[in-house]
Ligand binder design. Structure first.
Ligand SMILES: Cc1cc2nc3c(=O)[nH]c(=O)nc-3n(C[C@H](O)[C@H](O)[C@H](O)COP(=O)(O)OP(=O)(O)OC[C@H]3O[C@@H](n4cnc5c(N)ncnc54)[C@H](O)[C@@H]3O)c2cc1C
Length: 467
């Protein structure tokens, strides 16, 4: 393992020469939150947290770290679920949350230029107040846009609109040696050699530090309608999704949910779900500019659902009706977390017509190995969230069963020609599964790319594809 220099008081004094001491947290001044992300099971403190306010500060910090071989961990809001922003080698953590300004709304080019620490919820409010739409919709709205870009975050709207990568026109980045670079531009097309911008997107802070982003915007759809569709069985619900897609209807989102997870959310939110007719549901959303346009999309979908045995079609065409349903859906992760002592998560993505096969496998697995496993997910894009729950299992038994469950699920996703992660990334904890699932030739290319970007391996060591 490569040895990294640790930060001393002398380093602190030098760094305080080019950025305010008040924005540097050293040793005891570092809050516990900085030692982990939302996964919480992986912990390691950085030696120094630098709360930067400019690209120049990031550049100077990187150049200093590169020269002295100090590890650097980029950090947004720390909402990641795979330990990607944990400072394994201590060193310097660069926190972007003070770089939180919207810099430009360019209405002629339909772009928004932002600093990396702008929170997703702020970004969305900013553009929507002005009649524009930034479609990527990951569940955690208090994440930063820099974190979203670095994990290529996705959400429920991926079915129709795609993921973060599809909305990044350009990035300003700082390379490991402190060089400031512009990747891409305010252009709609780009066929100019290797796309370095796309390489940085989703690289989880291992290739470059994102200090600015130019994002693509769309006009804000004026109306939306949600359909809540109860089914007698989950199999029928999920089995209907490929037919909806085949019918070329264009929902914004198609989610599946089971009664047992809805019950957790009811308890967590202290509020009843608007329907209790069934054990399984599809939740769909359609958007457009008029109610007539939207009705033309969902009429056919509703008929397909009924033909497949749906018990009812509940139409939520006002905010008042749709909000409680989406709020319940939005609370699933936190609700499941609150229902157990500890949990671990699988975020695989499989082809959309294989979701049923995967969910059925999970149901069998939990019977077979005797551990509570809950799931919900984006039926429309094949991305499943599966949670293995510890409850009151003793440590050795928990580790044992967790290992079995994880290995079996990742192997199944691989068999179904899926991928290890649909949206949360690889970070620290999903590395073994990435290593198993990708061919050696892909890993060799990934490690080679890392070496070209960061020859001294100072940027977020041990993450994604690195040993
Ligand atoms: C309740 C809940 C729901 C969630 N739902 C979703 C979801 O639906 N979809 C989804 O994709 N994710 C989801 N997540 C995971 C998480 O919110 C995303 O991974 C998010 O993109 C992380 O952003 P962050 O600002 O918190 O980044 P962090 O957790 O701080 O960092 C994440 C990674 O990005 C790197 N990074 C951060 N900023 C920069 C930068 N400026 N330059 C270079 N690298 C950087 C870090 O080093 C790290 O590798 C959810 C999390 C929670 C807790």
């Amino acid at each position: 393992m490569m040895e990294y220099k640790q930060i001393t008081k002398e380093d602190l004094d030098i760094i305080a020469g080019f950025m305010d001491r008040e924005r540097l947290l050293f040793g005891e001044e570092i809050n516990e939150e900085y030692s982990h992300d939302e996964l919480a099971s992986e912990k390691s403190y950085p030696s120094l947290v630098a709360r930067v306010t400019s690209t120049e500060e990031v550049s100077k910090l990187m150049a200093y770290a590169n020269e002295h071989h100090i590890a650097v961990t980029p950090r947004g809001a720390g909402t990641g679920l795979v330990g990607a922003s944990v400072a394994v080698e201590h060193g310097i953590m660069i926190d972007t949350t003070l770089m939180n300004h919207v810099l430009e709304l360019d209405e002629e080019n339909l772009t928004l230029t932002v600093e990396p620490g702008v929170l997703l919820m702020e970004l969305r409010n900013y553009v929507e107040e002005r009649g524009f739409y930034y479609p990527p919709d990951p569940g955690e709205k208090s994440a930063t846009i820099g974190g979203n870009i670095s994990t290529n975050a996705g959400g429920m709207t991926a079915v129709k609109y795609g993921v973060t990568r599809d909305y990044v026109r350009s990035l300003e980045v700082v390379l490991a040696d402190g060089t400031i670079m512009q990747l891409g531009g305010k252009v709609v097309k780009n066929s100019s050699g290797y796309d370095l911008k796309d390489m940085v997107i989703g690289s989880e802070g291992t290739l470059a530090f994102v200090t600015k982003a130019i994002l693509k915007l769309l006009p804000l759809p004026k109306k939306s309608v949600s359909l809540l569709v109860p089914f007698p069985t989950l199999e029928q619900a999920i089995g209907t999704v490929p037919l909806i897609i085949q019918a070329k209807s264009v929902p914004t989102a198609i989610e599946f949910m089971e009664r047992e997870v809805i019950l957790d959310a009811e308890e967590y939110l202290g509020r009843k779900f608007p329907d209790n007719q069934a054990d399984a549901y599809l939740l769909l959303k359609f958007d457009g500019n008029t109610m007539e346009e939207i009705a033309s999309y969902y009429d056919e979908t509703a008929q397909i659902c009924l033909d497949q045995g749906a018990i009812d079609i509940l139409i939520a065409d006002t905010e008042e009706r749709s909000l409680p349903v989406w709020k319940t859906r939005g609370a699933f992760l936190e609700a499941i977390k609150a229902s157990t002592s500890m949990m671990d998560e699988v975020d695989v993505v499989v082809p959309r017509n294989k979701v049923n096969a995967f969910v059925e496998f999970v149901h069998q697995l939990r019977q077979e190995i005797g551990i509570r496993i809950k799931s919900f997910g984006h039926a429309g894009d094949g991305n499943l969230h599966v949670y293995i729950l510890r409850d009151d299992l003793p440590e050795d038994k928990w580790q044992d069963l967790l290992g079995i469950a994880m290995n079996r699920m990742y192997a199944k996703a691989h068999d179904l020609r899926g991928q290890v992660s649909g949206e949360h990334g690889i970070g620290l904890v999903k590395k073994p599964y990435l290593n198993e699932s990708l061919p050696e030739a892909s890993l060799v290319l990934m490690r080679g790319i890392k070496k070209v970007f960061d020859p001294n391996n100072i940027l977020n060591p041990h993450k994604v594809c690195q040993a």
